[in-house]
Design a protein around this ligand. Structure first.
Ligand code: AMP
Length: 328
C-alpha cells in the first residue's frame, strides 16, 4: 500500500486558497526538478484559481525554456504575499526573492530540512524529487492538471531520479507516475528530447572528464576543471553537474566530484555524488549541502580544494574500512 500524505496536502491546499498573491521560488542554479516543480505548480494554481496572481520567479535558463517562461515581477510592489519555497531548504539559496514582502513561507522540498521554517512545511527527503511531491499534491487535491503540467512533472521526476535509477526511487514514485500519465494522457516518450538533447561539444566534454578524472586508492574520483576547458568545449558551468550522474557504476569509484573554476565569481563550483558514503556532511563544511548521496559545495582557493579532496578521500577510506569489517 502506498501512503499518500493527505494531512499535509490538505494544509498546503488550504494555504494556497487563502492567498491572492503567490510567489513561487526555487534554488539558485536550477536543475530540471527545480524549474519544472515551480512552473508546474504555478500553472496548476493559475488553472484552478484564474483570479489569483501566481508567479514563478528566479533567473531563467534558456536550455530549460520548455518547462515554461519564468515571471519577472517587481518584488517591492506586492504586500502580504505567500512565498512558496520549492526544492530548497536554505533561505539564502532561494533565487529571485530580494525585497519581497512575504507574509508566510510554505515549503515543499525533498532535501533534508535546514533553516526555512514556515507554518506549513512539507519536507520529505524520502521523495525522489520535488516534482514527485507536487504531483502527489495535484493528484490528491482539487488542484487541476493538464498535459503540459504533467509533462513538466514527469521530466522533473525522471531527471532527479536519474531515470528511476537512484535509491530514493520507490514504489510510490511509480504509482504517482502511473497516475500522472493515465490522468493526463501524457505521451511521455515524445518529451524525452527536452531532457536529453545535447550538443556534440557536450559529448566531447564528457570524454574529457572521463579521460582526466583521477581515481584514488580509496575510490574517490575527482577532477578540477579549469575555466579554459569549459570555454574550449563550448559548455558552461552547469555542464559538469549535468553530466556527473553518468559516472555512476564505475567499479573503482565510490564517491566522485567535479570542481569547476567559476571565473566570474572567483570561486569553484563543486558537484559530488556517492554510491555508498554519506557526503552532504562533508559538503556542508565547504559552503554546501544537499542530499546524502548527491551534494554540492563552493570552494574559494587551491588550499580549500586540497583539503576538500583529502576530506572526501578520508570519507571513502572510512567507508571501505567499515564495509570490509562488516564482512569479517
Ligand atoms: P548539483 O551537483 O549541482 O546537481 O547539486 C546536487 C545537490 O546539492 C542539489 O540538491 C543541490 O540543491 C545541492 N547543492 C548544490 N550546491 C549547493 C550549495 N552550495 N549549498 C547547498 N546545497 C547545494
Amino acid at each position: 500500500m502506498v501512503c499518500i500524505n493527505n494531512n499535509i496536502i490538505k494544509k498546503v491546499y488550504k494555504k494556497i486558497k487563502e492567498y491572492n498573491v503567490i510567489v513561487i521560488a526555487r534554488h539558485v542554479g536550477p536543475d530540471p526538478d527545480a524549474i519544472a516543480s515551480e512552473t508546474a505548480l504555478r500553472d496548476s494554481i493559475r488553472l484552478t484559481f484564474p483570479d489569483k496572481e501566481c508567479y514563478a520567479v528566479g533567473l531563467g535558463v534558456s536550455k530549460f525554456k520548455y518547462y515554461g517562461i519564468l515571471d519577472k515581477i517587481d518584488n517591492e510592489k506586492y504586500q502580504d504575499v505567500l512565498l512558496i519555497a520549492l526544492d530548497c531548504p536554505n533561505l539564502h539559496r532561494l533565487d529571485g526573492i530580494e525585497n519581497l514582502k512575504y507574509k508566510e513561507i510554505l515549503k515543499i522540498d525533498h532535501h533534508p530540512a535546514e533553516d526555512i521554517k514556515g507554518p506549513v512545511d512539507w519536507t520529505d527527503d524520502s521523495s525522489c524529487s520535488t516534482c514527485q511531491l507536487i504531483a502527489e499534491l495535484i493528484l490528491n487535491s482539487p488542484l487541476k492538471l493538464d498535459t503540459k503540467i504533467a509533462g513538466n512533472l514527469y521530466l522533473g521526476i525522471v531527471s532527479d531520479s536519474d531515470r528511476f535509477l537512484l535509491s530514493y526511487t520507490t514504489t510510490k514514485t511509480f504509482k504517482i507516475v502511473e497516475e500522472l500519465i493515465k490522468k493526463s494522457k501524457l505521451d511521455f516518450t515524445s518529451i524525452y528530447s527536452y531532457l536529453y538533447d545535447r550538443s556534440i561539444d557536450e559529448v566531447r566534454f564528457q570524454g574529457y572528464l572521463a579521460l582526466n578524472m583521477q581515481v584514488t586508492e580509496n575510490g574517490l574520483g575527482y577532477l578540477v576543471i579549469p575555466a579554459e576547458i569549459v570555454k574550449k568545449y563550448n559548455v558552461d558551468l552547469a555542464t559538469p553537474s549535468n553530466l556527473i550522474n553518468s559516472f555512476n557504476y564505475i567499479r573503482e569509484v565510490i564517491v566522485w566530484t567535479f570542481i569547476t573554476k567559476d571565473a566570474k565569481n572567483k570561486s569553484y563550483k563543486v558537484s559530488i555524488r556517492s554510491h555508498g558514503p554519506i557526503i552532504n556532511t562533508t559538503a556542508s563544511k565547504y559552503n554546501g549541502g544537499g542530499h546524502k548521496y548527491a551534494s554540492g559545495a563552493r570552494l574559494n582557493n587551491e588550499e580549500e580544494i586540497n583539503n576538500f579532496i583529502k576530506d572526501l578521500d578520508l570519507v571513502c577510506e572510512e567507508y571501505k574500512r567499515a564495509t570490509i569489517s562488516n564482512l569479517d
